[in-house]
Design a protein around this ligand. Structure first.
Ligand code: PAN
Ligand code: ZN
Length: 186
């Protein structure tokens, strides 16, 4: 059981502090996430080594009724024109929902239901997003700064990445003439 008496949350930066043993930190470089981009030809080593995103999450018990709390930091950039993004997932217990709250940066939250219908919500400082169960979700950074997003979700939800790895999202976003432009994938 986690004791949060020493944990703090900096609402400006998203930083979670507390006992190291109670905070999980993970990061993904572009080389870790290559498979999700449409075109990865011609990338140099410096690009492959860039940070795509990192997360900080409190290590709470993954029990029914529990809540998970974390911050995602999505870096700015494009891969052959496609904006940096998170892997995206459904929840493993599919009906589990989630809140996102943007602290800094600008981007899009791409949402997709089980029938592959997609829609987006604009993510910008203080925007609050409710992600219902059975909806896949992915963040896209369309700005030049780190997109920082607080997330709170059912701690037993789990992450189903495999469905997205196999089928992808039904839309991708590219920077065309400086603007986010959707390209439907079917
Ligand atoms: C978020 C995400 C986080 C990283 O905390 O896990 O933004 O994205 P991926 O998990 O898709 O790599 C969340 O949605 N948790 O459920
Ligand atoms: Zn989620």
């Amino acid at each position: 059981m986690i004791n949060l008496s020493k944990a703090t949350y900096d609402i400006r930066s998203g930083a979670i502090t507390g006992k190291d043993s109670e905070i999980a930190r993970a990061q993904r470089t572009i080389s870790n996430t290559l498979g999700m981009y449409a075109n990865t030809e011609g990338l140099d080593q410096a690009t492959l080594d860039r940070l795509n995103y990192r997360v900080e999450v409190l290590k709470v018990d993954e029990i029914e009724g529990g809540l998970q709390f974390g911050t995602s930091y999505l870096y700015p950039g494009t891969i052959n024109g496609e904006y940096f993004m998170t892997k995206g997932h459904y929840h493993a217990i599919s009906n589990r929902s989630e809140f996102y709250l943007c602290l800094k940066g600008e981007g899009l939250l791409v949402l997709m239901d089980r029938d592959r219908r997609w829609w987006t919500e604009k993510v910008l400082p203080n925007s609050l997003h409710y992600i219902p169960g059975d909806v896949a979700h992915r963040l896209i950074n369309t700005s030049d700064e780190i997109l920082t997003v607080l997330a709170c979700w059912n701690s037993d939800a789990g992450h189903d990445y495999a469905s997205i790895e196999e089928e992808g999202f039904s839309v991708r976003y590219f920077k065309v003439d400086g603007k986010p432009t959707p390209v439907e994938q079917g």
